[in-house]
Design a protein around this ligand. Structure first.
Ligand code: SF4
Length: 243
């Protein structure tokens, strides 16, 4: 059984456009999985991991009752729901989807052919060869110190090295201040990440917050040769879930 985020009493599976990164604007089916191995303080999907009776910090101070926000689906139930949508781009997001790599490999093997499979990952878990064979794309968002996650948890050399050398991976860094970009430059150099695979995205969960940052982020992209990405879904829908 896969553990999915539960939204309005239903598994969070929805048809929308990719709002960020390399495939921005592309119609896609999103499957939001529950559970994460990190605890970013500004996480906008804390309902996938920040359960009641845990000591994790979060900007919004909000805790979630696990039974109200997590739902389990059988492989057949998940595949039936995915097939309802007129689209073959399938994106697993979270939380951190690769936490559930064994269940994911099993489900993907049962999925009809023709789907383009992508994962939104925090880049701390090396996919198994089995899952890698079933995957077309990784959108890797390595967390910076602005996440307030200890460095040893968010910078996992083996995992970043895997993604840096994978032709399927691209990197998206969420930047909140100009000092964040220095961290990005240092990571790009340390792991020899090709510049064409690197995207900078302003941090923000409202259109106003994004607007404040977009110009200086864009200028730094030009300076360092990175790609710029905004968050179209935030500009269109704000902080609304399930869109
Ligand atoms: S890795 Fe992603 S899902 Fe996990 S806490 Fe950080 S932002 Fe949230």
């Amino acid at each position: 059984m896969l553990k999915l985020a539960k939204l309005f009493g239903k598994p969070e599976i929805f048809y929308s456009i990719q709002g960020e990164g390399k495939n921005v604007g592309q119609p896609s089916i999103f499957v939001r999985l529950s559970l994460c191995n990190l605890t970013c303080v500004w996480c906008d999907t804390a309902y996938t991991w920040n359960w009641e009776n845990t000591s994790f910090e979060h900007n919004k101070k909000e805790k979630f009752k696990k039974d109200d926000w997590l739902i389990q689906l059988s492989d057949d139930e998940l595949i039936t729901k995915v097939k309802e949508f007129p689209c073959k781009n399938l994106i697993f997001t979270g939380g951190e989807p690769l936490v559930q790599h064994k269940d994911l490999s099993r489900v993907l093997k049962k999925l009809p052919s023709g789907y383009h499979i992508a994962f939104e990952t925090n880049g701390t878990i090396v996919p198994t060869p089995e899952l890698d064979n079933l995957t077309d794309q990784y959108n890797v968002s390595v967390k910076l110190s602005n996440s307030r996650v200890p460095e040893a948890d968010r910078i996992v050399d083996k995992a970043i090295q895997f993604f840096a050398s994978s032709p399927k991976a691209n990197f998206k860094f969420v930047v909140d201040a100009e000092s964040d970009v220095k961290e990005v430059v240092s990571l790009v150099e340390r792991f020899t990440i090709p510049l064409h695979k690197v995207y900078l995205m302003p941090q923000g969960t409202t259109a106003e917050a994004l607007k404040e940052k977009e110009l200086w982020v864009l200028e730094l992209c030009k300076k360092y040769g990175f790609n710029y990405t905004t968050r179209i879904h935030i500009q269109l829908y704000g902080d609304k879930k399930g869109v």
